[in-house]
Design a protein around this ligand. Structure first.
Ligand code: NAD
Length: 480
């Protein structure tokens, strides 16, 4: 590294410094991009067959799995999430994601080779884009890295990944394990740092594609930074997921689902249930049960196996969450709303349920990214759909009902990239994840993600060998 500022990395549960990184400056970023470009141009990775790349990625996934306990512990210490969430949730899922991409890279899809113009055979090649810049947020550092590195590397690209300034530790470990698995030097590069580092990377002329997960506002800035050299973009941005409960739903299941979906990862989840709309006739019953069940969540030391909810990521993020509550005029606190007593160190905040917020208030419209959920009522299906869709985001949402026809009508009407029926949160490696509207474009996971990291090339073979008239090339096909 060249001249760079030192940055302490905190454990958000204890506020202790657990590591120190440096913020990569423009020259460091240049070096990382140059290494990625050199390795891409040399064909050391893109020139390997899909089977060869797949074998290496599978080995990498195996090394991550073998290191699961240590990685989960590190992820928990760096993010404050309960160790059980990292160990039993994010990291095993990330391993499965990598295995999926390793396998999927061996069966690319595209238009069939064929004769689409008389005298020609057309072939589609799916080629890697080149040097990719991968920018990740702090909520699921290892999993977000896998969601981007997996398809990028499986497709033959080379990468420079920049984790959040707050949570770089497991991404650095992923880099180390990648080398151990046999991913050649220069193919996967990690730079640490904050906005300045991200800006240098996303405006670098040799970067051909940016895959970004983070705040919608940051996405807007990156669009501008990328525009000078017309880079390909894929964006997973903010969310404000609705959770719509009809009176005919299994209310016990809906209450349990709401507790998990609202407070998983301390609400720092782009798909977290943030707006719970309940049919008026069931609202009272749902509210009582939801407040009771959410009140049982064990908030505290993330390293303890029984802990359900750890701290927020930083003092800044906690102050931001508190700001929303201080400005929330007219809304009532049904649960939480403050820092837990007895937890003096760490950026803890209680699970918080708000009632009576206006649909057009910032509590209902803006992404809070903390353990705060709004509970609201609705009268009929049409109103439920209108309220659920009435935000600028479109990442994910759920509907809870036993009526199949109603479920289908709601599924059709909800303007979100993922819609669950009678659940909220689960994802699958084989299925795409990505937003509508201001939640972004492009997909993570699935064969659709793999496509994001490739470009289609049309190759046309002339097959007759016959002499061509000079005007032949200006007309469609051969004139009579
Ligand atoms: P953020 O936008 O502040 O930061 C994300 C990343 O972008 C970080 O690595 C940061 O250093 C970098 N960055 C910041 N400014 C930059 C710039 N000008 N140029 C290049 N890089 C820059 O987001 P965050 O606070 O780390 O994460 C929370 C956000 O992420 C929430 O909005 C959440 O909804 C979103 N998120 C979305 C998804 C999804 O799948 N849609 C998943 C997880 C998180």
């Amino acid at each position: 590294m060249v001249k760079s500022a030192k940055r302490p990395i905190l454990n958000p549960a204890t506020e202790e410094i657990i590591a120190e990184t440096v913020d990569a400056g423009p020259r460091d970023v240049d070096r990382a991009v140059a290494a990625a470009k050199k390795s891409f141009d040399s064909g050391v990775w893109s020139g390997k067959s899909p089977a060869e790349r797949s074998t290496v990625i599978l080995k990498w996934a195996g090394l991550i799995e073998a290191d699961l306990a240590a990685l989960a512990e590190l992820e928990s210490r760096n993010t404050g999430k309960p160790v059980k969430l990292a160990r039993d949730g994010d990291i095993p899922f990330a391993v499965d994601n990598l295995r999926f991409f390793a396998a999927a890279a061996r069966c690319p899809e595209g238009a069939g080779t064929g004769e689409y113009s008389a005298g020609y055979t057309s072939v589609i090649r799916r080629e890697p884009v080149g040097v990719t810049a991968l920018i990740t947020p702090w909520n699921y550092p290892l999993m977000m890295a896998a969601w981007k590195l997996g398809p990028a590397l499986a497709a033959g690209n080379t990468c420079v990944i920049k984790p959040s300034r707050l949570t770089p530790l497991t991404t650095m470990e992923l880099g180390r394990l990648a080398l151990e698995a046999g991913i050649p030097e220069g193919v996967l590069n990690v730079v640490t740092g904050a906005e300045e580092t991200g800006r240098a990377l996303t405006s670098h002329p040799d970067v051909r594609m940016i895959s970004f997960t983070g705040d919608t506002e940051t996405g807007r800035k990156i669009m501008v930074q990328a525009s000078a050299t017309v880079k390909r973009l894929t964006f997973e941005l903010g969310g404000k997921a609705p959770f719509v409960v009809f009176a005919d739903a299994d209310l016990d299941a809906a209450v349990q689902g709401a507790v998990v979906a609202s407070f998983v990862n301390c609400g720092q989840d782009c798909t977290a249930a943030t707006r719970i709309y309940v049919e008026q006739s069931a609202l009272k019953r749902f509210t009582a049960a939801f407040v009771k069940e959410a009140g049982k969540l064990r908030v505290g030391d993330p390293s303890k196996p029984g802990t359900d909810m750890g701290p927020l990521i930083s003092a800044e993020q906690r102050a931001r969450v508190e700001g929303f509550l201080q400005r929330a005029k007219g809304a009532r606190v049904l649960l939480g709303g403050r820092r837990p007593k007895g937890l003096r160190q760490g950026f803890f905040f209680e699970p918080t349920i708000m009632a009576g917020a206006a649909q057009d208030s910032e509590l209902v419209q803006s992404e809070i990214f903390g353990p705060v959920v709004c509970l609201l009522g609705f009268n009929d299906e049409a109103q439920a759909l209108a309220l659920a869709n009435d935000v600028r985001y479109g990442l994910a949402g759920s509907v809870w009902t036993r009526d199949v026809q109603r479920a289908l009508r709601m599924v059709n009407g909800l303007r979100f990239g993922t819609v669950w029926v009678n659940d909220h949160l689960p994802l699958a490696s084989e299925m795409p994840h990505g937003g509508f509207k201001e939640s972004g474009f492009g997909k993570d996971l699935s064969k659709y993600a793999l496509e994001e990291y490739t470009v289609a090339k049309h190759v046309m073979f002339e097959t007759t060998g016959a002499a061509r008239k000079p005007w032949h090339y200006t007309v469609f096909g051969e004139p009579g």
